[in-house]
Design a protein around this ligand. Sequence first.
Ligand code: CA
Length: 466
Amino acid sequence: MKQPNIVFIMSDDHAYQAMSCYGHGLNETPHIDRIAKEGIRFDRCYCTNSICTPSRATILTGQYNHTNGVRTLHDSLDNTRQTFPKLLQKAGYQTAIVGKWHLGHGEKHDPTGFDYWNVLPGQGLYHNPVFYEMGKEVQYKGYATDLITEKSIEWMEQRDKEKPFLLMCHHKAPHRPWEPADKYKNLYDDIEFPYPDTFDDDYSTRGRAAHKAKMRIEDLKEKDVKAKTPAGLTLAEEKRWKYQRYIKDYLRCIASVDDSVGEILGYLEKEGIIDNTLIIYTSDQGFYLGEHGWFDKRFMYEESFRMPFIVRYPKEISAGSISTDFVMNVDFAPTFLEYAGISIPEDMQGESIRPLLQGELPTDWRKTIYYRYWECDTPEQPSEHNVFPHYGVRTDRYKLIYYYTHGLDLSVNQEDGPIAPEWEFYDLEKDPAELNNVYGNPGYSQEIQSLKEELERIRQEIGDHE
Ligand code: CA
């Protein structure tokens, strides 16, 4: 059988709540939805670490962050490491990455394993961005999302049509500072978006981490909402005003991403290769759209932990499928290798999801997801959002989170006392919004003990001993 092409489209910080195929009713994303409608939607895809750089490293290496060495935003990927694009390239695939890289630059960190790479430096800019095209600095006129689309299609256009290809099209949008294209700057002007049910969460049952995180809608700065707060608003009114400014720009950025997906699908269709191409749309993690009163990501609570993940490949996927099985970003690399007919290296830690795409669940499929967020606010590496480091496990029904302190320099948090380790436990069946931490509830002591054992088991299994 001919190896399929792989078109991997990933946006940055695109919450599943802002894709209409996930049914939240916030906005319309018809082109993205087409992938789900003609393919499969995963409702339980999770990242190993809800932040840009580590998630990208996991996707490329098929490894957890303690293994691939990219734990925080301050780490870069050692580009001599094994990645799935390198293995595809060796097996005869043509390979390219266009857009956001965010895994470091220079001889040791520039993209490797790609015949063509044209990436933004760091976060890059929305308007008239500079790119590093094969290491050479080039400035383009235009809007980042449109340029990434254009360069992606240009590369596909010049490919050798006799050989399969991998395209990683990585949008910068809708990452902060949420600058929309001019054509969408007035979209939603006359709408007031509804407020999520947990918008006014007071974190009353949560540990210190939720209270101390600096990612509340109130924390949005003037440069984020691109206007001065009108005079005379109460605090509650100001929070709502900021939310409207924030959510509108965020969704306007997504309108351009959806256009981009339409153009890429259109190109594949025109070339007659759409059905022999594994098409993926995802984001590097989830994002808060006002849930728990937050923007940003990082926490192991569902909105940031869960990734949108949809796949179209009609040869194997029944149109309109929905999966609630546990999938992770660590699975992407092994999956692509399997489709390319390459054996999956022992040191990749994920599993190919090909059986799930075909509608079959292996009997030994994982029943637990392990998560670890490493970033810590220290004098050397200040972390703007002050989310405490934590790890934990999620099962079908429960979630156990441990805010750890071992091995950390917590001096920056000394102003109101050092961080103490804390546990949280949620019954997701009774409390899907994660508003009631029941760690102290004796009724759950058996379940808590059992999840603690599962946490230790999985840490042993994947070798996270730190
Ligand atoms: Ca991100």
